[in-house]
Design a protein around this ligand. Structure first.
Ligand SMILES: [Zn+2]
Length: 115
């Protein structure tokens, strides 16, 4: 089983963890023999999914297609928004108040905020 990462923020996504998976494969049409590529799986964590969906449309036809699908998921049910909110809460809990000196374990911070 391959290690998966959020395409946008590179946060690791473990098996069974809440995320959005976009599957992509290519297939020939009207050409014999019919050929089909292996499917690629692209993952987004809940925060990035919601953030992408709320944001402006991206450049590029493929990006637009993926954006449209993620928007559909985010718009149709609150559960993905809720998962993003839960994750954000966890990050919030691991942040130390301003002025605190103690060393925060890097594994917990994930290193996606650089100041
Ligand atoms: Zn992400």
């Amino acid at each position: 089983m391959e290690n998966m990462y959020c395409l946008r923020c590179s946060r690791p996504i473990e098996a069974g963890q809440k995320s959005v998976a976009v599957y992509l494969f290519a297939q020939t049409v009207g050409i014999k023999p019919r050929q089909k590529s292996a499917a690629q799986r692209i993952s987004f964590c809940p925060q990035c999914s919601v953030s992408l969906a709320m944001g402006p449309p991206p450049e590029g036809a493929l990006n637009m297609a993926a954006w449209g699908m993620i928007r559909e998921l985010v718009a149709s049910d609150q559960s993905l928004n809720h998962a993003a909110w839960e994750n954000l809460n966890e990050v919030q809990d691991s942040l130390l108040p301003t002025g605190t000196d103690s060393v925060r374990p890097s594994a917990q911070s994930g290193g996606y905020f650089e100041f």
